[in-house]
Design a protein around this ligand. Structure first.
Ligand SMILES: O=C(COP(=O)(O)O)NO
Ligand SMILES: [Ca+2]
Ligand code: NA
Ligand SMILES: [Zn+2]
Length: 311
């Protein structure tokens, strides 16, 4: 069934497990993720960036937002696991409104690159509009480094737990993404992965709401190796180790944004298939090879984050 993201996350927050939020840009990734969640009997959060909405609408953001709502609801309304659709990194008012208008479960207002007071003001405005439409809201405090679509922050500025308390009280935001050292994309750390667990613990104690980890892909070596074996150039790719993600969940993270791991799995499957099947040109076959590995990564992540069996 199609649900509000907040319902999925409130339950996860109470029971201290996490639900991955998987980014999609097209139908194939959605099918692969859905199959994985159904097999694992897990709640499912699908999220789309602004770039994904523009891509699906072939340049028209209202069409793109409606495309994803129709695609997700088509299946959500006929399965018995809870499924929510979330706008990831909403940075422009027109995308946030397009998502609310189309029927998204929740929206992120990402004003994290702006000064605290401005972020608070913008978030408060979006919360008022979204709540009036029955839509839940995510915001971000502190900044991630790294690149995802057009989301680039020069250096990572970690969240201030005291500020987070004020921010949540003043804005009424439903779930919060505290920056604790992760970044988007496949090249997350120069040296060893380092997350600020102390800071995370304080944010949970002070805000007591569901928390979100951005830049949470693990960049799994076996998929990187497969992609490189068939011609990809991903030198130096590094993600968040799964044991560190588990620690984040113990400390109160409930939504784990995962995009890069699915992209790497897909391209690994696709490259391998194309190399091994030079005569093939049916898109259902070669895209199917990518889908298969995406489903594997989805099922593994649902398992170790504790979402499996929670539907
Ligand atoms: O934060 C993310 C995804 O992060 P990754 O690049 O680590 O998958 N989406 O909002
Ligand atoms: Ca941000
Ligand atoms: Na998000
Ligand atoms: Zn993100």
């Amino acid at each position: 069934m199609y649900v509000n993201t907040k319902d999925i996350l409130e339950k996860a927050s109470k029971e201290y497990y996490a639900v991955p939020a998987f980014n999609i840009n097209n139908m194939e990734f959605f099918h692969a993720i859905l199959d994985g969640a159904l097999e694992k009997r897990a709640p499912l959060i699908i999220e789309t960036s602004e770039g994904a909405i523009k891509y699906a609408g072939n340049g028209d953001i209202f069409k793109g937002a409606r495309y994803f709502v129709e695609l997700v609801r088509l299946f959500a309304d006929s399965v018995d696991i809870p499924i929510a659709l979330h706008l990831d990194h909403g940075k422009h008012f027109e995308y946030i409104i397009a998502a609310i208008k189309a029927g998204y479960s929740s929206v992120m207002i990402d004003a994290s690159e702006k000064p605290f007071e401005e972020n608070l003001k913008e978030t408060k405005e979006i919360v008022k509009i979204a709540h009036a439409a029955g839509v839940s809201v995510e915001a971000e405090l502190g900044q991630l480094a790294g690149v995802e679509d057009n989301v680039v922050a020069a250096e990572s500025v970690l969240v201030d737990p005291e500020q987070a308390k004020i921010f949540v009280e003043e804005t009424g935001v439903d779930f919060l993404a505290p920056a604790i050292g992760t970044s988007h994309g496949a090249f997350k750390f120069k040296g060893e992965a380092k997350l600020d667990f102390e800071r995370l613990k304080k944010v949970k104690e002070l805000t007591k709401i569901p928390l979100v980890l951005h830049g949470a892909s693990s960049v799994l070596p076996e998929y990187v190796a497969m992609a490189e074996e068939y011609g990809a150039d991903l030198g130096g790719a590094k993600g968040v180790p799964e044991d560190q993600l588990k620690k984040c969940v113990e400390l109160g993270i409930n939504k784990v944004n995962t995009d890069t791991d699915l992209r790497i799995a897909f391209i690994a499957g696709l490259r391998k298939f194309l190399k091994e099947n030079p005569k093939e040109f049916d898109p259902r076959h070669y895209l199917g090879a990518g889908k298969k590995l995406v489903k594997e990564v989805v099922m593994n992540r649902l398992e170790f984050l504790g979402a499996a069996g929670k539907a």
